[in-house]
Design a protein around this ligand. Structure first.
Ligand code: BES
Ligand code: MN
Ligand code: ZN
Length: 519
């Protein structure tokens, strides 16, 4: 390991100075997609005035269209205080000529990725005073997109990358009023969110030979303690004593024993509500005895993405000091075939006394989550949110960029509403009662996987619901699609771990803390 962990995240600052009094190596401006030529935005307009009205022609010569994801780099050849202009496409605006926060977030990410090798960058994407969501949403989007887009996973590179491949060290956001208290608080939130996303991406990208349950637990503890959380780690002995039959069964095939991590945050004042978070932490999912085909099995290092997001979110809520009590319950295990592995036809008993007949050892997520959800419910939370890379069926149904959300109507609706603001694509999914019958067992209370493949994502949700105490508001977010990007980088998403659904979890928790009515 030569190059160290991720390179330092860029420093983020806000400035409201006039463009001609700022110097930077590069400036990012947005352009929209018009019918015949790219559309100017307020940021592009201001820059154009500085460059003597030559920007539209330059864009035309370079065939810029303003399409989403397009970055046109222009050298200014001394014509202004910025050596390079990155004109980034925002896609087509709405009828009122406005752009969504998410199009700004993606554009900021694309532009920063295209500006490797520039030390300091001025980001002028957030200066549209007509923004529909109010300026703060656009400032958040421009800041998050830039910092999230600057992420690189370098831990296992033996050489330090050359300067031309290095993300900017500093990003200045051009805003209407840099001294505004809301703007200052927003910068703090953006940086905290970006570090939480980077932590999760690091954990997801870590190879499974180095990130096994005990090591994952150790890193969760390290991060949690730094954020001021109380941490409890159950090792295999404590798991046996606590009757965590599901976690132990899934972990039994690996020499590297399972863990269950509990992270507890209590605010300084009296909490508005009590929130339970649960995340699936399978550090590697081979399928076990019901082994997976070899193709793309390496991607199953990402089967702990839900757990990683929960670890980071718990830390984030503490760092931001939200007025909620929060307890995260995180099962960690490695699913391998071996002479000690659990097997199809085994019957296991969970923490709450319910039993399941194992029909497929590759449906291991719900087996560890059953114990974790049962434990989380013992704390009597007002709200329970669980997230996991639970089913391949979620990818079949929704593709690789959209998460499926199941659970009780109220909380599911709140999660979906939050996701619409964060830009993490999510879609509400039903739990049709007739699909529950498919989980009946002739031997035990349940089977863990039914034989037909109909509605596989929803059947997974049904299984989990069996372990949620009646009357508890709960949501299950299946992130098997969006947690890991196996294609190339796009917008603010690198290849590999993405950090989904941290931003939606945080926003949902902020909403609950604000006592917001039903979403
Ligand atoms: N971790 C997988 C789900 C998964 C697949 C996540 C692809 C990300 C990408 C999960 O443990 C699994 O194997 N699920 C099975 C369930 C089935 C046996 C009921 C699946 O989806 O095939
Ligand atoms: Mn599996
Ligand atoms: Zn799995």
């Amino acid at each position: 390991m030569g190059a160290g962990s991720i390179l330092r995240m860029p420093t983020l600052r806000a400035t409201d100075k006039a463009l001609d009094s700022i110097t930077a190596d590069a400036i990012i401006v947005g352009i929209g997609r018009g019918k015949t030529r790219p559309l100017m935005t307020p940021g592009a307009q201001a820059l154009d005035e500085l460059l003597g009205g030559k920007l539209p022609d330059a864009l035309k010569v370079l065939s810029a269209t303003g399409a989403e994801g397009e970055v046109t780099r222009i050298a200014t050849l001394g014509a202004g205080p910025f050596a390079v202009v990155a004109a980034v496409g925002l896609g087509a605006p709405d009828e009122a000529g406005r752009y969504s926060a998410e199009s700004i977030r993606r554009a900021a990410g694309s532009a920063v990725r295209a500006l490797s090798g520039r030390r300091n960058v001025l980001n002028a994407l957030a200066v549209d005073p007509r923004s529909a969501d109010g300026n703060i949403d656009h400032i958040r989007a421009a800041g998050e997109g830039a910092l999230l887009g600057a992420y690189r996973y370098m831990t296992y590179k033996s050489q330090v990358p050359p300067a031309r491949d290095t993300s900017p060290a500093r990003v200045d956001l051009l805003v209407p009023d840099a001294k505004d208290a809301t703007v200052k608080a927003e910068l703090r939130r953006i940086e905290a969110v970006a570090s939480a996303v980077a932590l999760t991406r690091d954990l997801v990208n870590a190879p499974p030979n180095d990130l096994y349950p005990a090591e994952f637990a150790r890193r969760a503890e390290l991060a949690g303690k730094a954020a001021g959380l109380r941490i409890e780690i159950l090792n295999e002995k404590a798991l046996a004593k606590g009757r965590y039959g599901g976690v132990l069964a899934v972990g039994s095939g690996s020499d590297r024993k399972p863990r269950l991590v509990r992270m507890h945050y209590t605010p300084s004042g009296s909490p508005i509500c009590k929130i339970a978070l649960v995340g699936k932490g399978i550090t590697f999912d081979s399928g076990g005895i019901s082994i997976k085909p070899a193709a793309k099995m390496d991607e199953m290092k990402s089967d702990m993405a839900g757990a990683a997001a929960i670890v980071a979110t718990a830390c984030l809520v503490a760092e931001l000091g939200l007025p909620v009590e929060l307890i995260a319950t995180i099962p960690m295990a490695e699913n391998l075939p071996s002479g000690t592995a659990y097997r199809p036809a085994d019957v296991i008993t969970f923490r709450n006394g319910k039993t399941a007949e194992i029909t497929n050892t590759d449906a291991e997520g719900r087996v560890v989550l059953a114990d974790a959800i049962a434990r989380a419910c013992e704390d009597g939370p007002d709200w329970l949110i669980e997230t996991s890379t639970l089913t391949g069926a979620a990818r079949i149904a929704l593709g690789a960029r959209t998460a499926g959300v199941m659970g009780s109507d109220d909380l599911r609706g709140r999660v979906i509403a939050a996701s619409e603001r964060t830009g993490e694509a999510m879609w509400a999914m039903p739990l049709p009662p007739e699909l529950r019958k498919g989980l009946d067992s002739s031997v035990a209370d349940l089977i863990n996987a039914n034989t037909d493949r109909l509605g596989g994502m929803l059947v997974g949700g049904h299984f989990l619901s069996e372990f949620v105490t009646d009357g508890t508001e709960w949501a299950h977010i299946d992130i098997a699609g969006p947690a890991f990007n196996s294609g190339s980088a796009w917008g603010y998403n690198p290849k590999g771990g993405t950090g989904v659904p941290i931003r939606t979890l945080l926003t949902t928790i902020e909403d609950l803390a604000a006592g917001a009515p039903t979403g």
